[in-house]
Design a binder for this molecule. Structure first.
Ligand code: FES
Length: 109
């Protein structure tokens, strides 16, 4: 690669992907959720250090209904119909405390 140097990655605990596509959730709800996720991660002190959570948006996660769709890795835990209130629970209970919101999970890796 290029100059021969490896890229650097600081340690992190989880990676969250939010679908911001319009097929699973019209009215830009996925995009609003993605913005809210940044605020919640900051509020819960999950942006820095080894417990930090990386976030990413994607145009489609291949589900295309019952959105917004959110998936958390490395567990591969999938959430549907994610409202702002559910996202807050995901951040606090799953991402921070390690306890998934079982009743909102529709698929596990
Ligand atoms: S548009 Fe969201 S899963 Fe396909």
């Amino acid at each position: 690669m290029g100059d021969g140097k490896q890229p650097q990655m600081e340690s992190y605990s989880r990676h969250v992907l939010v679908c911001t596509g319009d097929f699973c959730s019209p009215d830009r709800r996925g995009r609003q959720l993605y913005s809210l996720l940044a605020e919640l991660l900051a509020r819960e002190d999950l942006l820095f250090g080894p417990t930090r959570v990386k976030r990413g948006e994607t145009p489609c996660l291949g589900v295309c209904s019952n959105g917004p769709i959110v998936v958390v890795y490395p567990e591969g835990i999938w959430y549907s119909d994610v409202t702002p209130g559910l996202l807050e629970r995901i951040v606090v209970e799953h991402l921070k405390r390690g306890r998934p919101i079982d009743e909102a999970v529709f698929h596990r890796l």
